[in-house]
Design a protein around this ligand. Structure first.
Ligand code: KIV
Length: 272
């Protein structure tokens, strides 16, 4: 069921701020390929994130670190060809923006030019402010990402909830305010306490998009493979599965194998 207060023919970064002002929650989902993006877009998801989680769910890596800028551009251009309504945001991958602001801008420009995406996303606050500024100065919209930032997983050591301690929570609030001041159009908050999400969302005029961050975020994001139940071994508390596609697909594929083996596929109507 769609609960949009206003019909958006095309979602823009301005639409998202407007949704926050109107108290309308923002829906965001990942997609990495043409066929999936077509379904996600047709279902009226507001923002499609071509996340570097492609490294996990598409390529089978343990972390998001190995995916390259060229691979992100490949995924993003496939998604862009499918999308008519959603705002498409692309993660700048690990190693393509942290070393210096000029490199960050070059990476962002490649994503925008070669894929046709609408915005980029980067992880971090104060540490990457010069890169964020440089990208924004070139007219490229930037989404921030704070809390559990998977590109820094080896610094954290675990995927547990972030910013439970006072000092880390205070830094997160300051980083969120900084990203807003710099000109970011939204901030993802990943795996932080719901009370902290409430505080940040109330302090910012730009929207917060939560994943494992509770109900007070201005929007929610999930990885599409998790929502559809394809990643059956991944069971964090925050995940609501809307299907069990792992089992459903397995069953269908098993039936096909059985039909081929028993010669019941193809039947006379399925041949020329
Ligand atoms: O890469 C990704 O999918 C993400 C979301 C989990 C926010 O960054």
């Amino acid at each position: 069921m769609s609960v949009s207060k206003k019909e958006y023919k095309r979602v823009t970064v301005r639409s998202l701020v407007e949704m926050k002002q109107q108290g309308e929650k923002i829906s965001m989902l990942t997609a990495y390929d043409y066929s999936m993006a077509k379904i996600v877009d047709a279902a009226n998801v507001d923002v499609i994130l071509v996340g570097d989680s492609a490294s996990n769910v598409m390529a089978g890596h343990e972390t998001t670190l190995p995916i390259t800028l060229d691979q992100m551009i490949y995924h993003a251009s496939s998604v862009i060809r499918a999308v008519k309504r959603a705002l498409v945001v692309v993660d700048i991958p690990f190693g393509s923006y942290q070393s210096d602001p000029k490199e960050a801008l070059r990476s962002a420009i490649r994503i925008m030019k070669e894929s046709g995406a609408h915005a980029v996303k980067v992880e971090g606050g104060e540490e990457i402010k010069d890169s964020v500024k440089r990208i924004l100065n070139a007219g490229i919209p930037v989404m921030g990402h704070l809390g559990l930032t998977p590109q820094s997983i080896y610094k954290f050591g675990t995927y547990t909830v972030r910013a439970k301690e006072e000092a880390e929570a205070r830094k997160l609030v300051e980083d969120a305010k900084l990203l807003e001041r710099l000109g970011c159009f939204a901030v993802v908050l990943e795996k932080i306490p719901a009370a902290l999400t409430k505080k940040v969302s109330e302090k910012l005029t730009i929207p917060t998009i939560g994943i494992g961050a509770g109900v007070h975020a201005d929007g929610q994001v999930l990885v599409i493979h998790d929502l559809l139940g394809m990643t059956h071994e991944f069971n964090p508390r925050f995940l609501r599965r809307y299907m069990n596609l792992y089992d459903e697909m397995g069953k269908a594929i098993g039936q096909y194998v059985g039909d081929v083996k028993s010669r019941s596929f193809p039947n006379p109507e399925e041949q020329y």
